[in-house]
Write a protein that binds this ligand. Sequence first.
Ligand code: FEO
Length: 396
Amino acid sequence: MAFKITEKVTWVGKIDWGLRKFHGNEYSAYKGSSYNSYLIRDEKTVLIDTVWLPFAKEFVDELKKEIDLKEIDYIIINHGEIDHSGALPELMRYIPDTPIYCTANAVKSIKGHYHQDWNFVTVKTGDVLDIGESKLTFIEARMLHWPDTMFTYMSGDNILFSNDGFGQHLAADPLYNDAVDQAELFYECMKYYANILTPFSNFVTKKIEEVLSFNLPLDMICPSHGVIWRKDPTQIVNKYMEWADGYQENQITIIYDTMWNGTRRMAEYIGEGIREADKDVTIKLFNAAETDKNNLLVEVFKSKAILVGSPTINKGITFSIMGILEMIRGLSFKNKKGAAFGTYGWSGESPKLIEEELSRAGFEIIIDPLKELWYPDEDALLRCKEFGRNFVEKIK
Ligand code: FEO
């Protein structure tokens, strides 16, 4: 499958309808994804990025139907991760001397993965490749999301090839932003940002400001995953600026795990206390052990505050709560508040341990943790309500 985007540019990637897990098991992808590769035909012929390794052979077979591989003058690899560079070894078997344009860091990552000394041409921000009527300008985009990442801008057609930036894991046909369900699209964009780009938000803001300062005309953004932004492409740029700036909605999320329903009852009554004190805030409760971790992180991303609860087990925290706390820590959320709670039978360490983890993750702890013995009785449930009320008051 290939389709023309403009007179000069053809999409030659792979739509992966069956993808459900990405980055090993670190990212759920319930809507599939795509690995977008682009072929530019000007006076020179250029291939931008390839596809994920399992699709390498079929990618090259399909590309051969589109073009004689020997006609490809240059390959551009915007980012060395396997989902974009994975077909290079197969492709380079046919055209081993073709120059590969990429950043110096990408030479390291590509060599690190494939252990091949191909004909690399290193580029940096502002370097230009003249391909005829159009020019390709390279813009390093370090830490978006690897040190090797760069964007490529094509003049004439005014396209920004942004690789992972502005992408999302969404399989679609047609693969255009205006041709898909908008709620589905923006949920997947937010999930992608929350789970992958949040730690690099400072880089996102700076890079977007830098690119905007070039005053380049922009007709399309062509990322390496998901839809091509052909209708109002700056809308996703504006969203990124919003998301990168300590994003939060008027939402409090209560994340818990439970063994005999005691911590669940605490969570529910804390929620009731929050509602008593604030009629408008969105409250959401999730059992971490039963909830997709990446979708849960979207809820954390949207929240101004979270409460995390676990029963004490073996002087510690349950597996699911420890796991989600570790993911929360890694994402370096900014400008969020938190507190901890949980039931116990004898030793009761979990709320304090959760508080320490939240603190380590950069959350402002606004109230001391609440722990309740065994299954909470009516008095304990009233304390949970009060805890919820006090939590909201501290946010205000
Ligand atoms: Fe889509 Fe960082 O690879």
